[in-house]
Design a protein around this ligand. Structure first.
Ligand code: ADP
Ligand code: TRP
Length: 328
C-alpha cells in the first residue's frame, strides 16, 4: 500500500495541525510505503517572497522530523524536487473541465473572501492530483477540507484514462484521521493560523503560557460545577493528557471547587510533557541544517525516480516519447 500526503509550508504548526494531520501521518509511516512532501509549489500561490518560502520550508521539515517522521521509514521530500509533477499537471489539465475546477469548495471560498484568483490558484487541484497520481498512491491521509480534492483527483484519473484509452494511474482514496474532531482554538472557534487563536506545538515558556491562559471560558466561579465538554481547556487536555488524568479533570470540573485557571495550569503542564521530547529533537536538528537538507535531497531522489516512471507512461499514453530527451 502506498501512502502519500503533502503539507503546506504555512508557518507555525499548532495543536490543530498535530491532532488533525501530523499525528496520523507519523502513525501511518510504517503501515505501508509512505511518501510525505512539503508542498512548496502549492505555497507559491500565496507566498511570493523567496527568503520567506525557504524559511517556511525549513520550518516544516524540522517540525515533521522532530515530531517523529522517520526518514528511513518514509520518503520525505520537497515537492519542487520532483518537477515531473508540473508536467503531469499540464497533461491532466488538458482533460479537466473548467466546471470541475469551478465547483471546488476551496476555490469558491477564496472567491467569496474577495481574492482575485490567479491561474495557479484555479489549477491548485490539478497540481494536487498530479502529486497524488505521480506516485500511484493508494491512500491519502488528509483533513476533511481536502476530501473534495481527492475526489477531483479520482475524476481526473478517469478522464485521462478515458481520453487516452490507457490505465496509467491508480485510484487513490482519502483517509480521514480517526475520530478526527475539529480542535478548538483559544477563542473556542476552530484552531487556525488565520484566526490568530492557535497554540503552537513548539511554543514554550512565557509565550505558551500566555496563549493557554488566554483561552476563553464562561464566567463560572471556582466553586460552581462546570460542564467539562463546554470547557475549551478540558477539550484540549483530552488530546494531550493520559486518559486517567483526563477523567480526573472531568470529575473535578463537574464536582465544583476546581476553577478554569486550575484546568489551564494542568493543560499547560500536559502540553509541555507531551511535546518535551519533540522540542529537544527540534533544537538538535535546527543546529544541524545539513543533515535536514540531506534527508530532503535523498527523499527527493527516491520520489523522483517513481514519478519519472509514471510520467513516462503518461507521456507515452498521449503520444509523446516515453521519456523526455535529456541533455545535448
Ligand atoms: P490552518 O487552518 O492553521 O491554516 P491548515 O489549513 O494549513 O491549517 O491545515 C493543515 C492540516 O491540519 C489540514 O489537514 C487540516 O485539516 C488540519 N487542521 C488544521 N486545523 C485543524 C483543527 N483546528 N482541527 C483539526 N484539524 C486541523
Ligand atoms: N492541499 C493540501 C493542503 O492544503 C496539501 C497538498 C498538496 C496535498 N498536495 C497534496 C495533500 C497531495 C495530499 C496529497 O493541506
Amino acid at each position: 500500500m502506498r501512502i502519500l500526503s503533502g503539507v503546506q509550508p504555512s508557518g507555525q504548526q499548532h495543536l490543530g495541525n498535530y491532532f488533525g494531520a501530523i499525528e496520523q501521518h507519523i502513525a501511518l509511516q510504517r503501515e505501508g510505503e509512505a511518501y510525505y512532501f512539503i508542498a512548496d509549489y502549492h505555497a507559491l500561490t500565496t507566498v511570493q517572497d523567496p527568503a520567506r518560502l525557504r524559511e517556511l520550508v525549513g520550518q516544516v521539515a524540522l517540525d515533521y522530523l522532530a515530531l517523529g517522521l522517520d526518514p528511513t521509514a518514509a520518503t520525505f521530500f520537497r515537492q519542487s524536487d520532483v518537477p515531473e509533477v508540473t508536467e503531469l499537471t499540464w497533461l491532466l489539465s488538458t482533460v479537466t473541465g473548467m466546471g470541475l475546477l469551478e465547483r471546488g469548495h476551496s476555490y469558491k471560498d477564496k472567491l467569496a473572501h474577495g481574492i482575485t484568483p490567479r491561474a495557479g490558484l484555479f489549477l491548485y487541484p490539478v497540481l494536487m492530483a498530479a502529486d497524488i497520481l505521480a506516485y500511484r498512491s493508494d491512500v491519502v491521509p488528509v483533513g476533511k477540507d481536502q476530501v473534495q480534492h481527492i475526489e477531483m483527483t479520482q475524476d481526473m484519473a478517469e478522464l485521462f484514462h478515458n481520453a487516452f484509452g490507457c490505465e496509467v494511474f491508480r485510484r487513490p482514496e482519502a483517509r480521514l484521521a480517526e475520530g478526527a474532531a475539529v480542535v478548538p482554538g483559544t477563542d473556542g472557534q476552530k484552531m487556525s493560523k488565520s484566526y490568530d487563536n492557535i497554540v503552537g506545538i513548539f511554543d514554550e515558556g512565557k509565550p505558551l503560557k500566555k496563549r493557554v491562559m488566554s483561552i476563553v471560558t464562561d464566567s463560572k466561579g471556582v466553586d460552581e460545577p462546570k460542564d467539562p465538554e463546554a470547557c475549551v481547556p478540558y477539550q484540549l487536555y483530552k488530546l494531550v493528557a493520559p486518559p486517567e488524568e483526563v477523567a480526573e479533570m472531568g470529575r473535578r470540573l463537574a464536582d465544583g471547587g476546581y476553577g478554569y485557571g486550575d484546568a489551564k495550569h494542568a493543560l499547560l503542564a500536559a502540553i509541555d510533557g507531551r511535546f518535551a521530547e519533540a522540542r529537544e529533537r527540534r533544537r538538535a536538528l535546527a543546529a544541524d541544517p545539513d543533515s535536514v537538507e540531506d534527508v530532503l535531497a535523498a527523499g527527493g531522489r527516491r520520489a523522483r525516480a517513481v514519478a519519472a516512471t509514471v510520467l513516462g507512461a503518461a507521456r507515452e499514453a498521449v503520444g509523446m516519447a516515453g521519456h523526455p530527451v535529456t541533455g545535448p
